[in-house]
Design a protein around this ligand. Structure first.
Ligand SMILES: [Zn+2]
Length: 58
C-alpha cells in the first residue's frame, strides 16, 4: 500500500507499525470507498465497540 493522507487528520500516513490502516465505507447503494488513516486517529473516533479492537493490537 502506498503512503497516503489520513482521512481524519489530513496528515501523511507513514508506513510504520500497523499504519496505514484503511477505512472502507460501503453504502446501501452501489457506492464504496476506502481511505488510508492512522490507527491512532481511528481508535480515537471509534465508539465503544464490543469487538474488533484486537485488530489494532501490535
Ligand atoms: Zn491521522
Amino acid at each position: 500500500m502506498k503512503n497516503g493522507q489520513c482521512c481524519f487528520c489530513s496528515k501523511p500516513v507513514e508506513e510504520a507499525g500497523l499504519d496505514p490502516c484503511t477505512l472502507s465505507i460501503a453504502t446501501n447503494g452501489e457506492g464504496n470507498q476506502s481511505w488510508p488513516c492512522h490507527v491512532a486517529c481511528y481508535l480515537e473516533r471509534l465508539g465503544d465497540l464490543p469487538y474488533g479492537r484486537e485488530l489494532f493490537e501490535d
